[in-house]
Design a protein around this ligand. Structure first.
Ligand code: SAM
Length: 285
């Protein structure tokens, strides 16, 4: 495949910190397209200046995407090439672009993706967590109830779960993770990737929370939060434990083990042994 520029929409990932992470093809494309649609033109000007790219930019962000999509499609139909970039990483990945890409596809306008930086994939690749199957869930909800529900939805998830998080909310989120998924759930945080203070923290949720609180510098910068999946569905997850704890207030352990086994499709004896080994006792124990 050669790099001749076509009349199409190019999706161009940009660095997530280290300016030298722009691929040669991305530089060529940004230089040779007619226009660049950027999430924040002032922010992206720094990148373009660094690479001597003089292509004209226009703003294309969450608030004007729908409004600008006809302009974009008509521009491309008029024989022009347009590149889409966001402030950092891959456009559309927790960034603007979905509306214009889906519209281009609907209208039969060619969309050409370039591979490149993405914080989620960068973090996952070095996390040490299983990468054969994973789910990317973007930013967690900010409201407490929605946050807890979202976390509850991954209580029994076997795949690695990948989230984005801001420095303002990392402690609050970790508190919820430890509470909803249990202090023992393994968490890996990739912080300030590709930058000077790049770090990986790998701890059970409860210890991670303490570790982050100990030193303010640990909660500065940008974060990818990765939560390990449970080993297999028969593993006794925090939601099963919570249900057992609730039922144990009313029922004897034997009964609780039987009820939970049928709700969660687990083995009665395994639950019974787990409860005994973890000091969970029923009304008559
Ligand atoms: N489109 C981007 C991508 O492909 O990764 C993500 C954009 S999203 C608005 C920004 C979030 O990505 C940050 O809040 C942070 O969670 C994560 N992120 C971006 N750069 C990062 C970095 N250098 N280190 C760790 N996380 C980063």
């Amino acid at each position: 495949m050669d790099n001749v520029i076509e009349n199409a929409l190019y999706i161009v990932p940009t660095p997530i910190g280290n300016l030298t992470d722009l691929t040669m093809r991305a530089v060529e494309t940004l230089k040779n397209v007619d226009y660049i649609g950027a999430e924040d033109t002032r922010h992206s000007q720094l990148l373009l200046d660094h690479y001597g790219i003089k292509t004209k930019m226009f703003s294309l962000h969450d608030y004007n995407e729908i409004q600008k999509r006809d302009y974009l499609v008509n521009t491309i139909r008029d024989g022009k090439a347009v590149a889409l970039i966001s402030d950092a990483g891959t456009p559309l990945i927790s960034d603007p672009g979905y509306h214009v890409v889906s519209y281009c596809r609907e209208q039969g306008v060619k969309v050409i993706p370039l591979p490149g930086p993405c914080a989620a994939i960068t973090a996952l690749s070095a996390s040490g967590l299983p990468t054969d199957k994973f789910i990317f869930m973007g930013f967690l909800p900010t409201k407490e109830k929605a946050l807890q529900q979202e976390l509850q939805s991954i209580a029994d998830e076997t795949r690695t779960c990948v989230f984005y998080e801001s420095p303002k909310r990392i402690i609050y989120t970790m508190e919820a993770v430890a509470e909803v998924l249990g202090a023992e759930r393994r968490v890996v945080i990739g912080r300030e990737l590709t930058k000077t203070f790049e770090s990986f923290y790998d701890l059970p949720a409860g210890q991670m929370l303490e570790f982050l609180k100990e030193e303010p510098n640990r909660t500065r910068g940008e974060f990818v939060l990765m939560i390990a999946g449970v080993k297999n569905r028969s593993e006794i997850s925090s939601s099963v434990v919570e249900t057992m704890k609730l039922l144990l207030k009313e029922l004897p352990l034997k009964k609780v083990a039987a009820v939970c086994a049928s709700i969660y499709n687990l083995k009665k004896n395994e639950l019974y042994d787990y409860a005994l080994n973890h000091g969970l006792t029923g009304r008559d124990c």
